[in-house]
Ligand binder design. Structure first.
Ligand code: ZN
Length: 244
């Protein structure tokens, strides 16, 4: 299995976490960094453990002086396999949307110059985000931790992006999300934990861990009434292909 979105530098004891994840069948993971501090932390960790490097400026980190951050990002991005986590957030405490869009546009361009996919954060902003992707001609990446309607999911897929399925699906009350995921072909899905964030059902209040990825695979298999091995094989192929 491949965990396509997590924050390795925010895990406590990342090296042990990698050992546990490997034992639980996680063969690779896409490590995201959201701000200058986590870029530095993640780059430093590269010497100790293997991961696919993601570098980006998170929409909640957008700020008036962000141009300096973005220039710094452009300077260190050559080793990144993904640009992320970036995107848009329309939550009540999020920075002004124009600042978020400015940072997003910069990173869409960066992804195209580097020819790498985007790992996208979207909170109540799927349509606005899709519009920016279309404007920028972006057509490769993942809507991480996707939450939205089936219609929005189809528009995401139409734009060339994969749907990232995370811990939210393990909650029975997430009925709408569960219906959307059931309706989508496995060929359009990848799995993720977003560890240490987004705790799974039964682990609320705990730091999330990448070895729990199999619970997400199992939930997808149960909901779709298919073999878990198929879920694992196809989502893993999708993830591999994304960064190939
Ligand atoms: Zn994340």
């Amino acid at each position: 299995m491949i965990d396509t979105h997590l924050h390795v530098s925010h895990l406590d004891a990342p090296q042990r976490a990698w050992q546990c994840a490997k034992q639980a069948g996680v063969s690779d993971w896409f490590a995201m960094a959201n701000d200058p501090q986590s870029w530095r932390d993640l780059l430093a960790l590269q010497n100790d453990i293997p991961f696919q490097l993601g570098l980006g400026l998170h929409p909640l980190c957008a700020h008036a002086g962000q141009n300096e951050d973005l220039q710094q990002l452009a300077g260190i991005v050559s080793s990144a396999k993904l640009i992320g986590e970036c995107g848009l957030d329309a939550g009540p405490t999020a920075p002004p949307l124009p600042l978020q869009i400015e940072a997003l546009r910069f990173q869409i361009e960066l992804a195209q110059t580097q020819q790498v996919p985007l790992s996208l954060h979207s909170y109540r902003a799927v349509d606005t985000l899709l519009k920016q992707l279309r404007l920028g001609g972006a057509n490769s990446g993942v809507f991480h931790g996707f939450i939205g309607s089936e219609q929005q999911a189809n528009a995401v897929i139409e734009q060339g992006f994969l749907i990232g399925v995370g811990g939210a699906i393990t909650y029975p009350r997430a009925q709408r999300l569960r219906r959307v995921i059931v309706a989508l072909p496995l060929e359009n899905l990848v799995m993720e934990t977003d560890a240490p964030y987004q705790p799974l059902m039964g682990f609320q209040g705990e730091a999330n861990r990448p070895e729990r990825l199999k619970i997400i695979a199992n939930t997808i298999a149960e909901l779709k009434q298919i073999d878990i091995e198929d879920v694992i094989k196809i989502t893993t192929d999708n993830a591999r292909e994304l960064i190939a």
